[in-house]
Design a protein around this ligand. Structure first.
Ligand code: NBG
Length: 801
């Protein structure tokens, strides 16, 4: 019945929306038609949800994020609505292959990495938990660049997900806000009027976000920039066509492209324009929504909770104050109190270079009124500081001898009633480092909300063999209450279940092996240990530690070719920021080592190294279920949380990792016998850095590392340019800031422990099962319950409903 209805809807859309005869439709047409048919099913639930929220006057959550790394929507939405099977059947009857259609959908890659993917998991969870919420972000015409590898080097190409229509979104031509820039402020008594020097329009595009079972549907509202006047007719009539379109180009540049750098901020004006553009549109939109049904703005905190995803939307603090004060006439103090009671802020990194700081010149030129408000906030804040141990300089927003830099982390902190970190360790370090002094002044403001991942996409969706096995064994309650997975624990002792679990893993590994053969032309054996490191390429994430240890592994095989080596496939994927030369060099090193190792007949199939290009959500969905070993090896104290680490362990991979970010909590949940921990602790890292210890003596004390660096440094893997990796090697000798040398021996030793452990299949599978069974706590539903209770003060649907 369902499949018959689906078939009709699909054909209808193919003919009347796409305008194609089924006989002549190409895969892309089917994909669009199917997406539209599925979208229709979402819309009724969407309207119901919105109506319910209005009728009950429920408090709404507004999640402001520069990034939403969503990936594909079709399969995920079908699964959430329970329509996957009817849809497969419908397509089968039409002679069309579902998987081919699903693979045709471009990834919505509106994010760089963990921060953007977290935002996408959160959208799924707020909907699943029935919390009325809006995600607010930017509708980038080009998402994160496409990566391809040429002769081992990363190359970049613009991404083009919007070149064909995006069937999931609804354009809202009636929802348009003017966003001002530049100009000056006119003061008359207490009244300030900001005369914009430039006005750009923010236009809304809405995508419905259904939760599990489609019971509640929220909205992702992305803003696109449009010119206030499309076209300068006078210039055009003069024949000056370029100038005629100049305004349009200038406006549209704001949402042209996602900045491709994670963890390091960009000082450019365009970035600040993007930040203000979406913060202002979102703030105007939510105040307007509030005022539709209320008139007393002092009630705003009871009806709205605004979450700032990192400092990128920190300018929303003075923007909300401006709207309340200048537009609605509230006195500054009251406006600020309301704003702070509404806003809260999540910090995602401690890297000192990563905290946004804007030059006051630029702020004052681009947003003159906001600079005044920031000054007023800073004065009020400093006026309240009486505590003797904290100096005003340590906590002021406008920093520098001439108050010439705005510290956006401080602004977000001061403008929020709650500030949270994303793992226990990270939150603790936040209190000790970046926000040490602010924490003294506001000791109750910082809370922890350890990150999580949505089990809908990251187990039920991406790993059908395992999720079917789990559902057969313990029922399907785990999909909305992931901690039910603990019911799997006793099955770890059942050899039949272990075989079935291993069978699911094997199926996923075969799928990955096929992909590796198709994409890279490398043949890998699915019975080898699949060892995977996938994430942005960054020195602190230490892909170079991994590849240097692979060189040690290779040298050991050459030294004892007859030994019974555990076969391993070491897989890497990830993008480097285009301007990050060292990260790009690390990619080249991985590919150069791979070239030598993969073609060495002495090695045979016992070690393969694979770099998969263009890592994205869809590729992660194939890689994660296929992993035996998950590499989470950042320098302790530097990875705020990690979320890939959670996805792997949930899918039955064992982690090799440092005591960093959420690895610490993963160890606590899966048990220390079921995880491989090595390396220095965060405290040891800080102490060693403070002691000024360099890498040289450590390297000289390690014969294995000395050999590895000797080979890499002398060009054994780069015969065409023997000096190519000299700088990587020199960096380890000279400073070893990321503790690669310092942690090397520990990592090398634990890798051979892992090889041995993998040899004992029963014991390995038992550990793998215990990982899946005990990862339920890392559901983003648990994280969102935490935000709801500790930060937003909104009710959630009870467990197990
Ligand atoms: C990243 C951290 C990760 C963390 C995600 C999500 C930024 C600025 N931070 O460790 O590096 O898991 O945020 O919280 O991208």
């Amino acid at each position: 019945m369902k499949s018959e209805a689906m078939k009709n809807a699909l054909i209808n859309h193919l003919v009347y929306s796409v305008g194609k005869d089924p006989e002549h439709a190409v895969t892309r047409d089917w994909c669009v038609a199917l997406s539209l048919a599925v979208r229709d099913r979402v819309v009724d639930h969407w309207m119901d949800s919105t109506r319910r929220t209005y009728n009950t006057d429920a408090k709404r959550v507004y999640y402001l994020s520069m990034e939403f790394l969503i990936g594909r929507l079709l399969s995920d939405t079908l699964a959430n609505l329970g329509l996957t099977e009817p849809c497969r059947e419908a397509l089968e009857e039409l002679g069309v292959d579902f998987d081919e259609i699903a693979a045709e959908e471009p990834d919505a890659a509106l994010g760089n990495g963990g921060l953007g993917r977290l935002a996408a998991c959160f959208l799924d969870s707020v909907s699943t938990l029935g919390i009325p919420a809006h995600g607010y972000g930017l509708r980038y015409e080009h998402g994160l660049f496409k990566q391809f590898i040429e002769q081992g080097w990363q190359m970049e190409e613009p991404e083009d997900w919007l070149t064909q229509s995006h069937p999931w979104e609804f354009e809202r031509p009636e929802v348009v806000y003017p966003i001002g820039f530049y100009g000056d402020v006119e003061e008359k008594g207490d009244d300030c009027t900001w005369h914009h020097g430039e006005t750009i329009m923010a236009a809304a595009f809405d995508t419905p976000v259904p939760g599990w079972r489609g019971r509640h549907v929220n909205t992702l509202r992305l803003w696109a920039a449009k010119p206030a006047h499309v076209f300068d007719l006078e210039s055009f009539n003069r024949g000056d066509y370029l100038n005629a379109a100049a305004q349009q180009i200038r406006a549209e540049t704001i949402t042209r492209v996602l900045y491709p750098d994670d963890t390091t901020p960009q000082g450019q004006e365009l970035r600040l324009r993007q930040e203000y553009f979406f913060s202002s549109a979102s703030a105007q939109d939510l105040v307007r929504r509030f005022l539709q049904y209320h008139d007393d703005l002092s009630q705003l905190p009871e009806r709205a909770a605004i979450q700032l995803n990192d400092t990128h939307p920190a300018i929303a603090v003075p923007e909300l104050v401006r709207i309340l004060e200048d537009v609605h006439g509230l006195p500054f103090d009251k406006a600020f109190d309301i704003s702070r009671a509404t806003i809260s802020y999540t910090n995602h990194t401690l890297l000192p270079e990563a905290l946004e700081r804007w030059p006051v010149d630029l702020l004052g030129r681009l947003l003159p009124r906001h600079l005044q408000i920031i000054r007023a906030i800073d004065d009020r804040h400093l006026g309240s500081i009486t505590s003797g141990s904290v100096t005003k300089d340590a906590v002021r927003i406008l920093d520098g001898a001439n108050r010439d830099v705005a510290r956006m982390g401080h602004l977000a902190f001061v403008g929020s009633h709650r500030v949270n970190g994303v793992s226990v360790l990270h939150t603790d370090l936040m209190k000790k480092t970046v926000f040490h002094d602010l924490h003294q002044v506001f000791p109750d403001r910082i809370v922890n909300e350890t990150n999580g991942i949505t089990p809908r996409r990251w187990l039920n969706g991406c790993n059908r063999p395992l999720s079917e096995l789990i559902t057969e064994t313990i029922g399907e309650g785990w999909i909305d209450d992931l901690e039910q997975l603990t019911a799997l624990e006793p099955h770890a002792e059942d050899s039949g279940f272990r075989d079935a679990f291993a069978g699911a893993k094997r199926a996923n590994k075969e799928r990955l092996a096929d992909l590796i053969r198709q994409r890279n032309g490398i043949k890998v054996d699915p019975s080898a240990l699949f060892d995977i490191q996938i994430k942005r390429i960054h020195e602190y994430k230490r892909q170079h530690l991994n590849i240097l240890q692979a060189v040690a592994h290779y040298q050991a095989i050459l030294a004892e070719p007859e030994r019974d080596w555990q076969p391993r496939v070491r897989i890497f994927a990830g993008k480097a920021a285009p301007g990050y030369a060292m990260a790009k060099k690390i990619i080249k090193l991985i590919n150069d080592v791979a070239e030598v190792v993969n073609n060495d007949p002495v090695v045979g199939g016992r070690l393969k190294i694979v770099y998969l290009a263009n890592y994205n959500v869809s590729l992660a969905e194939v890689l994660i279920p296929a992993a035996d070993l998950s590499e989470q090896i950042s320098t302790a104290g530097m990875e705020a949380s990690g979320t890939g680490n959670m996805k792997f362990a949930l899918n039955g991979a064992l982690t090799v990792g440092t005591l960093d970010g959420a690895n610490v909590e993963i160890r606590d949940h899966v048990g220390e016998d079921n995880i491989f921990i090595f390396g220095m602790t965060a405290e040891e890292v800080f102490a060693r850095r403070a002691g000024g210890k360099r890498g040289r003596s450590t390297i000289e004390a390690s014969p294995v590392l000395t050999n590895v660096l000797g080979a890499v440094g002398s060009g054994e893997f780069s015969a065409d340019d023997i000096h190519r990796f000299g700088d990587i090697v020199a960096g380890l000798y000279d400073h070893d800031y990321f503790m690669v040398a310092a942690d090397f021996d520990g990592y090398h030793a634990i890798q051979s422990t892992i090889d041995q452990a993998y040899g004992d299949r029963d014991s390995w599978m038992r550990k793998a099962i215990l990982n899946s069974a005990n990862m339920g706590w890392f559901s983003s539903d648990r994280t969102i319950r935490g935000y709801a209770a500790d930060i937003w003060d909104v009710p959630v649907r009870p467990d197990r409903s």
